[in-house]
Design a protein around this ligand. Structure first.
Ligand code: ADP
Length: 488
């Protein structure tokens, strides 16, 4: 039961029923008052001449004194015809000289306010005039009045209260008025029907809310799949739509978090693996040198030491790149944007890798228009990204191959591409090569392979410049990596 009233439906229904009750009470009050007014006015209008007729009848008995007894009989006859009237004889000041109100009744005041009486006598009757009821000083009643000659006492008034106790209580009014009774009954039925229809309508309207709550409850308990059906374009429909959008976003984020978590675990596994292999190799060769020191000739010892050196360089490179990537990841690197000549930078990098290219009989070509505008970027970071791309291009190009760096400007950017004529990248690897530790060759122990971090670093650097880096295969042979930088 308590649950009903704490539910939205319960509260809505309660407010609705309270409003209906208030409406009912207001309607009863209005109907009662207007009926009362109507009946009283009709009564007064019907009895406009009642007092005057009585005056004609009584006047002969009032020549010299108040011949009460002699008029009692005729009053008695009148009250038999109309038992609800109460008759008062007033002097000029409104004081009650005599009264005829029926047995067992008594008056509570001995005078009557004359103002309404005079009004009644002077104006053409057009609306209800109420006067004092000496038996009931708190209530005003319809009356009939007329002037009367009371012998030596001069002119007085005959004052007739109409209806008597008829209007004293709402209950008796209700009993007496067919109109009031019927209209209240009809209104009661209308209220009842409205209440029932309203409650059914609210139940229907809140059904969608209950359904939505059920689905949100499932979502809350961890089932991210269900969505609320959107049935209309009203507030509830829009709420359902917002919930669905929110649920999509949450589901997307959870998926993303799971992916990141998986990546993080893979990253740790990869780092451990990449650290373990060179360390194991170093340990192995150091132990061999120590154990077989006397048996080793100089040649062998040199060979072992060179392997140890190579592994330590790999380790150093890996740690350096990891550190670099983590700084880029955690936004500890604040790019210092400045204008510089990208053509000069590319030439410098090409010179730096010339020797490495020569070892493979490869050559590095720079293709650029003679005058290029300056680009705005962080020169050190762009040098790092370009070095990674050119180093890869040399590494993956075959003996005697060629690496080409091309610079092409348009109005806003300079497009930079690094091409080689190696074997290119497998289509299935293309979407992943910018992932950290991703190596298309798969074998992680490949001694001449890099760390698998170079392209991830290049991508991060370009992200810091709000730019993207792409890779694709050339139609003939080899891969091409390209990105753009804004010009000054
Ligand atoms: P790595 O240190 O292994 O070169 P990168 O992040 O620089 O790591 O590159 C990731 C992978 O992308 C490489 O292992 C390689 O398989 C592929 N790759 C990068 N550049 C080229 C290229 N020019 N030609 C073919 N494959 C490439």
């Amino acid at each position: 039961m308590k649950k009903i009233f704490t539910s939205f439906y319960g509260k809505l229904s309660l407010v609705f029923l309270l409003l209906l009750t208030a409406l009912g009470i207001a309607q009863v009050a209005i109907t009662y008052n207007s009926s009362m007014q109507f009946v009283r006015q009709a009564d007064q209008k019907l009895n406009l001449d009642l007092a005057r007729n009585m005056a004609y009848e009584f006047e002969p008995h009032l020549e010299d004194s108040l011949a009460i007894d002699s008029i009692k009989q005729s009053i008695h006859d009148m009250m038999v015809v109309n038992p609800r009237i109460e008759i008062y004889l007033l002097n000029n000041n409104g004081e009650i000289l005599a009264y005829f109100i029926g047995p067992d009744k008594e008056i509570k005041q001995d005078s009557v306010e004359l103002e309404p009486v005079k009004k009644f006598l002077t104006q053409d009757y057009d609306h209800l005039i109420l006067g004092e009821d000496p038996r009931n000083p708190d209530s005003q009643k319809p009356f009939s009045a007329a002037t009367i000659d009371i012998g030596s006492l001069g002119q007085g008034y005959i004052y007739v209260i109409l209806g008597g106790e008829k209007y004293d209580s709402a209950l008796s009014m209700l009993e007496n008025s067919y109109f009031l009774r019927t209209s209240l009954q009809v209104f009661g039925i209308i209220l009842l029907v409205t209440a029932v229809l309203g409650l059914i309508l609210f139940a229907f309207m809140t059904k969608r809310l209950r359904k939505m709550t059920r689905i949100i409850g499932q979502f809350d308990r961890g089932n991210l799949k269900p969505r609320v059906p959107v049935q209309s374009d009203d507030e509830i429909g829009r709420l359902a739509m917002s919930f669905n959008n929110m649920a999509d976003t949450i589901q997307e984020n959870v998926k993303e978090l799971k992916k990141t978590d998986k990546l993080r675990r893979e990253l740790i596994a990869n780092i451990s693996h990449d650290l373990r292999s060179p360390l194991a190799s170093i340990q192995g060769y150091v132990e061999t040198i120590l154990l077989k020191d006397s048996e080793l000739d100089n040649e062998e010892r040199k060979k072992y030491l060179e392997i140890i050196l190579k592994n330590t360089s790999m380790l150093r490179e890996l740690v350096k790149e990891l550190f670099e990537l983590s700084k880029l990841d955690t936004k500890q690197v604040d790019p210092n944007f400045e204008p510089f000549s990208i053509a000069d930078l590319v030439q410098d990098i090409a010179l730096k890798f010339e020797q490495k290219a020569e070892q493979k009989n490869a050559n590095i070509k720079v293709e650029a228009p003679s005058s290029l505008p300056l680009v705005v970027a962080d020169i050190a970071l762009i040098e790092r990204a370009l070095s990674n791309l050119i180093e890869n291009a040399i590494q993956y190009t075959p003996e005697g191959g060629s690496v080409e760096v091309e610079l092409n400007p348009n109005e806003e950017h300079i497009f930079i591409s690094v091409k080689d004529n190696g074997s290119g990248i497998e289509e299935e690897d293309l979407p992943h090569i910018f992932d950290r530790f991703y190596r298309a060759e798969k074998s992680r122990s490949k001694s001449d392979g890099g760390t698998g971090l170079g392209l991830a670093i290049a991508k991060k650097i370009l992200e810091l410049h709000n730019q993207e880096i792409h890779a694709k295969n050339r139609p003939d042979s080899g891969a091409i990596f390209y990105f753009k930088l804004p010009i000054q």
